[in-house]
Design a protein around this ligand. Sequence first.
Ligand code: NAP
Length: 278
Amino acid sequence: MAIILDGKKLRDKILEDLKQKVEKFQVKPSLVVILVGEDPASQIYVNNKKKIAQQIGINSQVINYPENTTEETVLNKIKELNENKNVTAILVQLPLPNHISKEKVINTISPQKDVDGFTPYNFGKLFSGEKPIVYPCTPKGILLLLDEYGIELEGKHAVVVGRSNIVGRPVAQMLLDRNATVTMCHSYTKNLEQIIKTADVVVSAVGKNIIKGEMLKSDCVVIDVGIFKDSNGKTRGDVDFESSSKIASYISPVPGGIGPMTIASLMLNTVELFEKSL
Ligand code: NAP
């Protein structure tokens, strides 16, 4: 049976260490989260981020605009927060309503306050093989979890399924930077099953149950990023846990794997940006 990559346990350790660190700061880091609209899932995510930030001593504020807020209002608020010395980290919760350009919004955040690591400056650094100011949260969480369990990446074949800007692309780059040989797959990939069969490390960020045990190579490492509700309302990942945990050597569960690591990384990034601002 595969060893479970326990994201909750590592998250708790990271948050406890951060709490002790933040206690020693005279001025506290400050995270502002902008949410546009009333999407219930986004509201849960945002409130959770605020609650955890407060638990470790980070000042956290949520600015919740109604759905019909103009793009200009949001851009002006970001510019104001960029100038505000008391704010050290800015996060805009995605997705945004259709009438607001995600690109314009992200491009307006100061790279020094870009806690998600999504601005063109930070992305450009990452994809040119340099260090960004901070790394995107979910990929960073994945790498931290792999490191915690001593999983070697050098020379390994890593297959990343999904090519979003928040997970697939940056995690592929970060695995490449660790000297893995990386294959990226997406909805147009032919022979996905054959490719996955050759993977030493599989990272799946799709949002559909696409990976089953019989597709995996023996003793591979499986990172399941996907989270969605099935028709019975049960939280699921991309990977069929039961069959896959019999074949893999390590596997991250859903829930309790990459989700908690994403929030831990967000808090790490908030503190890193604060320290860099001093
Ligand atoms: P996304 O923007 O939803 O895109 C999904 C990706 O999967 C796309 O690249 C798509 O390919 C690919 N795809 C779709 N069907 C496929 C198939 N049958 N075979 C291979 N690839 C396929 O991705 P995301 O935002 O990264 O989210 C992915 C999942 O991760 C979601 O369930 C999301 O909730 C979850 N997530 C979890 C966390 C966490 O903290 N645990 C963080 C972020 C996301 P194309 O590009 O060709 O369309």
